[in-house]
Design a protein around this ligand. Structure first.
Ligand SMILES: Nc1ncnc2c1ncn2[C@@H]1O[C@H](COP(=O)(O)OP(=O)(O)OP(=O)(O)O)[C@@H](O)[C@H]1O
Ligand SMILES: [Mg+2]
Length: 478
């Protein structure tokens, strides 16, 4: 597949300024760039969702006009979308074969449909019941179904737009096995992701987009982390994560001996006001499980949690939220957003009562708070009055995050924050940040706790941070 000088505008605003891009058969080409750079738009042109306003598109050397998703499918293109759009009332099988169900004398042959779906899912080692309703599945499983669907189309060009944003480490491993298998069969794949470790594992080539322009394309062996970041943001890391020092206050959270066997064992730490506490560890070290437990999603088998000096035992996330804890994950797809409504109204929706006096919404107050959040989160919008649905995927997530933040949580737990989000703590709150990227964790944290194989392995103060020290701690219990 090849793009030459491709342009695209929405409502008179050009968002792709003439990009060239080439995908070779049997390779994985990673596409990177900040939120709003134009990655999804560029790939939706190949998938027949948007038509380019300028430039040329070639598939197998022939110039083509891909003016519908059906045309894309005919040309052998499949896309796993960043925004999942399952038909929730239908079964897994119906979703996968939507519009191409096996039929017998004019009717859908359900027996055959379930059989084919089972074969497909078994072959991909995805343990999901073909008859289950989509709405009964976890987001991660819905994402796996979406992946299976794209693979079942036998496309020779497969586009994956942030396919791992809500799946677990084990599922990432099985996705990567599928990708390697398709590579061997000559499928060309575009892989959009913000996750550096994934990119370096799976990609052959990497292209960076910035503000609708193609910055550069490298073979994966010829480029490193810092170069990619520099090209994505146009500045280097020190400037990207300027460390603001906030006075460290009293203890707000005290975790003592917290244990869930096989997930995290005997974990103790304290979190203080004004502090950003980084949690570092290898995939599967137990960081997410630990945070989910603190947030009331699971119950500890041993150990205690104290909040502002009082022991708490949350039975649900709702209780944690009521106690001023926010848990922000990457799995925020459209969560709680009213898509046709403006960025401003979506932001203030959850805290609406703060903006209403005498029955009237204070537009001035709302505008001020919204503008602050847009600046703090570096959200790319043309105007706060713009509908959320015309934001890029990552920027939609930032609106969800802003909604959380303006409710003023005392503790915010970020599980792998999207790049470029300023997770800065203020004097009256505290932040826990799980990050798999060491430069990011070291750039932003006041203190780092390292987990190794479900255990507390050690702790470093800012002045002690070094890649070597952290790496050693990561492997301590392996
Ligand atoms: N349907 C649309 N209507 C109007 N503007 C749009 C639409 N889709 C995308 N845009 C704009 O095009 C620009 C590029 O968006 P795009 O979704 O391609 O970014 P992206 O690189 O995929 O970002 P992310 O990492 O956040 O997913 C953004 O400024 C976005 O607001
Ligand atoms: Mg996108």
């Amino acid at each position: 597949m090849e793009l030459k000088g491709v342009r695209k505008s929405f409502y008179g605003v050009e968002v792709l300024h003439g990009v060239d891009f080439k995908l070779e058969p049997g390779t994985v080409h990673a596409l990177m760039g900040e939120n709003g750079a134009g990655k999804s738009t560029m790939m939706k042109i190949i998938a027949g969702i948007h038509l380019n306003d300028g430039g040329q598109v070639f598939i197998d050397g022939n110039e083509v006009t891909i003016d519908s998703p059906a045309k894309a499918q005919e040309l052998g293109v499949a896309m796993i979308h960043q925004e999942l759009s399952p038909v929730l009332e239908m079964s897994v099988a119906e979703n996968i074969f939507l519009g191409r169900e096996p039929s017998k004398s004019g009717f859908v042959d359900y027996k055959q449909l379930y059989k084919q779906t089972k074969e497909l899912l078994d072959g991909l080692k995805i343990p999901i019941n073909p008859k289950a309703k989509m709405k009964s599945l976890r987001v991660a499983d819905q994402q796996m179904v979406e992946i299976a669907k794209a693979i079942s189309q036998n496309a020779h060009i497969l586009i994956m737009d942030e396919p791992t944003s809500s799946i677990t480490d084990r599922e990432v491993e099985s996705l990567f096995a599928m990708i390697r298998d398709m590579k061997a069969r000559g499928v060309g794949m575009v892989y959009i992701s913000h996750k550096m470790d994934e990119i370096f594992q799976i990609a052959d080539e990497i292209t960076v987009l910035r503000d609708g322009n193609l910055v550069n394309t490298w073979k994966v062996a010829d480029v490193d982390y810092d170069t990619l970041i520099f090209n994505m943001v146009g500045r280097d890391l020190k400037e990207q994560f300027p460390k603001v020092t906030v006075p460290i206050g009293e203890t707000v959270l005290k975790v003592d001996g917290l244990t869930r066997e096989g997930q995290f064992e005997d974990i103790s730490f304290e979190l203080h006001k004004g502090e950003i506490l980084g949690f570092v560890g290898l995939m599967g070290a137990g960081r997410t499980e630990l945070m989910q437990c603190i947030f009331g999603m699971t119950r500890p088998e041993a150990g205690t949690i104290e909040l502002n000096g009082e022991k708490v035992e949350f039975k649900s996330p709702r209780e944690a939220i009521d106690h001023g804890i926010a848990y922000v994950t990457e799995d925020r797809k459209g969560e709680g957003l009213v898509l046709p409504m403006s960025v401003a109204h979506n932001t203030t929706l959850a805290a609406l009562s703060d903006f209403v006096s005498g029955g009237l919404l204070s537009a001035g107050k709302e505008a001020k708070v919204v503008a602050e959040q847009i600046k703090a989160l570096n959200t790319k919008v043309h105007s706060p009055r713009m509908a959320v649905k015309s934001l890029s995927g990552g920027n939609q997530q930032k609106v969800v995050l802003a909604k959380w933040i303006i409710t003023n949580p005392g503790i915010i737990i970020f599980d792998e924050p999207t790049r470029g989000i300023d997770v800065g703590a203020k004097a009256d709150n505290a932040v826990i940040m799980i990050s798999s990227e060491m430069p990011e964790a070291m750039g932003m944290s006041d203190r780092i706790i390292v987990l190794s194989n479900h255990k507390y392995s050690g702790e470093l103060k800012r002045e002690e941070f070094s890649q070597e020290a952290i790496a050693q701690m990561q492997f301590k219990y392996m």
